[in-house]
Write a new protein. Structure first.
Lengths: 70, 70, 70, 70, 70, 70
């Protein structure tokens, strides 16, 4: 019955990667808290880089200077 | 002044259905908690089926086996 | 498989009222979108009145002038 | 380390306005709570007007009667 | 720069378990999406069992019938 | 009609500081997007330091080494 919301920037996360995240988070909750996968929700939100701010900048801007790994 | 967030998969919810949800939730909060509709927010998020996981699967996958009504 | 989050101020919502909200929202999603109650989450957050702002005021302050029904 | 989520209707917010919101919120949290901008997240969600309800109406409907400034 | 919100019922999750969840989710995002742990937020919300509804019941009620593993 | 959710750690934010955040965010949305304060929600969540993870650590742990300003 856990609800997990993963928010990342909208930068090409593949279906396979989404499934890996869904499986990984569900397994983690089963292992650590014995939660039932049948009622474990995992929801992935993909946010435009203009719409995500860090250190007073948008990620669109940060992406232009390669050193800023986020 | 309630804030209600309804998250469902992005599978063709019509404008009329959205309005039914908005009216239904607002009326419920007025009836149960005497909340003022004029400051009751209802926000509907529609999530891609790839992005919603249940029981270690994405809803895209679950939709392929008809018995899985969710 | 819907996820519904209801946020209201922490002002004495009873267990019975919470159950009415849970039942009401679940029934609404079944009626309007044919969603399965067995995988419908309803989560109620109760927020302190100091922590909820409307019209540049906290609800604590607004509660002191009776006309402000929210 | 604050996380701030701003939800507004999807009605043409420009990149420049988004940056103003990111900078404004980050500066506010630095000034009021001495938070470090380098770990301050600001995420802006743009919601379709059909998907946002207020006073039992969708914002799409409210926009049709000009007096309803929201 | 991911933001992950884990919502579970407030039923005695220990500090050690919370740390396991924080480490597990952060490692998963590093492995799958090469995200930087230094800007990966994991926030755990613990929700009262009266405030969490599933299948038209509160978890408080469901806990009284042992078969309902959630 | 904006909804703004500010999540910070539960480390003694005063009522006066909360009001400053409410006023500051509301004024920012009025200035940048001409939003009406009368329908602008600002909700502040205070999260226990055990429940907030950054860089694979809880904030409880990070607080023990003073350089980690977050």
């Amino acid at each position: 019955m856990p609800y997990v919301n993963i928010r990342v920037t909208n930068e090409g996360v593949t279906s396979a990667q989404k499934l890996e995240l869904i499986e990984g988070v569900t397994d983690l909750l089963t292992r650590v808290l014995s939660k039932d996968p049948a009622t474990t929700f995992v929801i992935i939100d993909e946010v435009e880089t203009d719409n995500w701010g860090l250190n007073r900048e948008s990620i669109t801007t940060r992406r232009r200077c390669p050193k800023a790994a986020v």
